[in-house]
Every structure is written in C-alpha cells, then in structure tokens.
Design a protein. Sequence first.
Length: 158
Amino acid sequence: MDHSSNLSLREKVTVKKVSTAEEKEHCRAVRSLVFVEEQNVPAELEYDALDEVKQTLHFVAYFKNLPQGAARLRPYSSLHVGKVERVAVLKEARGQGIGALLMNALEDQARKENFHTLLINAQLHAAPFYQRLGYTPVGEVFLEANIEHISMEKKLED
Ligand code: COA
C-alpha cells in the first residue's frame, strides 16, 4: 500500500455496504488472503451458508478502488442482537485505521437496523483492537479453527 499520503488516508478510505456481486467477490478475496492463506483457516470453515443469507450484511473497505478490508454482520438469536464476523484487513494495510473505519461503518448500519447489542467471537490477539472500539470481553478463552478466541460485546447507543 502507498504510505506516502498517510495523513489523509482515512479520508481516502471508503467503506461500502455490499450491494453488488463484484463487491461481494472483493470481500471474498480479502477473506481468502487473510483467513485462508495467512491464518490457515480451512476454506470450508471460512465460507459458510450464512454468507448467502439475505439478512447477512457484508462490508468492504476500499483504498484507491482496491479492496483492503472486509467484515460481515448478521442477526443473532434474539431480536436486536447482531453478530460481527470475518473482520479482516490485508496484512500490508494494517495499523492505519482501516479496521476501525470498517467497524464504524458496520456499527452505523447496525444502528439503522435497530440492533442494540453487537457480539463478536474475537481472536484473542485482536481483543485490544475491539476493546478500543468499546467492546467488553465476556466469558472464557476458547478454541475455534484452532485459534484462541474470546467473546466480546458492545451495547450500541442511538
Ligand atoms: N493489538 C492492539 N491494538 C491493536 C491491534 C492489536 N492486534 N490491532 C489494532 N489495534 C489498535 C490500533 O493501534 C489502533 O489504535 P488507535 O486508535 O489508538 O490508533 C486501533 O486498534 C485501530 O486499529 P486499525 O489500524 O484500525 O486496525 P487494522 O486496520 O490494523 O485492523 C484487524 C485490525 C484486527 C482487523 C487486523 O489486524 C486484521 O485483519 N488481523 C488479521 C485478521 C484477524 O485476526 N481478524 C480478527 C478476527 S476476530
């Protein structure tokens, strides 16, 4: 990624709620690079039926028209609770605020969808990232896809 314009990078990153097949393919490409290739998550675990459910919302972050990050949000168990999943930023684009922008856009949409609580099964190493964004750990560390995770939640305000 071009780091020369770091100061204004946040203004140049666009996060979109996915509405086209091409944008969805961009999400898949980011997840493939981050989860399947970098973290060795089996592809059959990474892509599941929930990706195709109408209620699942996908988000993609672009810099200079190139996809840099992705995330998804779906309704979870009871009314008004949403689950945040598959949050990923390409390795070379991390540490520049793209993950936070992605989460901000996802949360703005979650409020519009009337979710009052968001849940995340966070990879343990990423827990400080979510904590900075207002998520609180809940319960014990557990293994998923052979990676340590902890559940986290955030109450959304209007
Ligand atoms: N540990 C501690 N702090 C972290 C962190 C980490 N692993 N990752 C980010 N932060 C902090 C940043 O320092 C920044 O703090 P600031 O607001 O004081 O500047 C803040 O969180 C926002 O960071 P940002 O640059 O927006 O995060 P990012 O674009 O690097 O994306 C991830 C963060 C977790 C999405 C990214 O590291 C990633 O894709 N990792 C691999 C996939 C993954 O594990 N996803 C999580 C699945 S639950």
